[in-house]
Design a protein around this ligand. Structure first.
Ligand code: DGY
Length: 319
């Protein structure tokens, strides 16, 4: 009997591809080329499921043109701003994601960004690697301590809470803004702000951990940055489009902000080149979930969604 066909749109970790090919007639992408919409539609012909990444824009138009055979679109990500969920529902296509798979890994990268920004990690690396380090001095590359400072977390979901847990160990006081206040057991002493402006005013360090949506696009704009304390640090492990780049770059240039740690960028990998010239920008290439264990877990969860739907069961992680 013919096995179900699963289109895997990007090259995935070996263990994930091995499971996909074990269980399905898997159409892999060994060269990891990014599909255009037309190429994606052609590749999806006759497929039962699609295992996609955030690079595939599943717009209403594309959903409307997908073959009738597609029953489930499972994304190898927690973020799902690239999928038009309503359009999928209208066509009875299940859309699903991998929530929780990358919580720890992403929270760890948020701490790396915080430390890299606060302790001048980029300048320090440059100095050592360029042979410009002339020896210890009492005033060389001074950063700032965390202890006694306030960390504002915008978006207190799984990842925001994991960032809070780590940051407490660094002596930071946790403040947060979220659509809903967490129950006391989950808050663990974090101070709730029912509006973003109030959070910004107390954020010596601001960590962006909310999902990208039309409402959060450019939420960190010039007006929002003006509300941050002078010398604040901004960290973003969520999505680049939540930051207005020109405003952040201006604030880092004039000293309104001390530093930024950024893992995500609007239009990545083509980030605004002005970031590259800023010594106080600690930049990473979207590494939030980039650990061996996490990427395997994401792939397995994405396949769990496909397994369930193709077996006639509800997806474990539907959108
Ligand atoms: C996600 O899961 O949304 C990540 O950004 C992909 O690494």
């Amino acid at each position: 009997m013919a096995r179900p066909v699963v289109l895997v749109t990007r090259k995935l970790p070996p263990a994930v591809e091995a499971r996909a090919t074990r269980d399905y007639d898997a159409r892999l992408n060994p060269d990891d080329r990014i599909y255009t919409a037309d190429a994606l539609l052609a590749a999806a012909a006759g497929a039962d499921a699609m295992l996609i990444c955030t690079s595939e824009k599943i717009t209403a138009d594309l959903v409307g043109r997908l073959p009738a055979s597609i029953k489930v679109i499972s994304t190898f990500s927690v973020g799902y701003e690239h999928i038009d969920i309503a359009a999928c529902r209208a066509r009875d296509i299940v859309a699903a994601n991998t929530p929780g798979a990358m919580t720890e890994a992403t929270a760890n990268i948020a701490m790396l960004l915080m430390l890299g920004a606060a302790r001048r990690g980029y300048e320090a690396q440059q100095m050592v690697r360029r042979g410009e380090w002339k020896g210890w001095t009492s005033t060389m590359l001074l950063g700032v301590d965390f202890s006694g400072k306030r960390l504002g977390i915008f978006g207190m979901g799984r990842i925001g809470q994991a960032v809070a847990q780590r940051a407490r160990g660094f002596g930071l006081t946790i403040h947060y803004h979220n659509r809903r206040r967490l129950p006391a057991g989950e808050e663990q002493g974090a101070i709730f702000h029912d509006n973003l402006d109030s959070l910004l005013a107390v954020s010596d360090i601001l960590s962006i951990n909310a999902p990208s949506s039309p409402e959060t696009r450019h939420i960190l704009n010039a007006a929002a940055i003006a509300r941050l304390p002078d010398g604040a640090i901004v960290v973003n492990t969520a999505r680049g489009d939540m930051v207005e780049d020109a405003a952040l770059i201006a604030a880092l240039t004039c000293g309104k902000l001390r530093a930024a740690g950024l893992d995500v960028f609007a239009g990545e990998p083509n980030l605004d080149p002005a970031y590259l010239a800023l010594p106080n920008a600690y930049l990473l290439p979207h590494l939030g979930s980039a650990t061996i264990e996490t990427r395997d877990r994401m792939g397995f969860m994405a396949l769990d969604n496909i397994d369930a739907v193709l077996a006639g069961r509800p997806a474990p992680h539907p959108l």
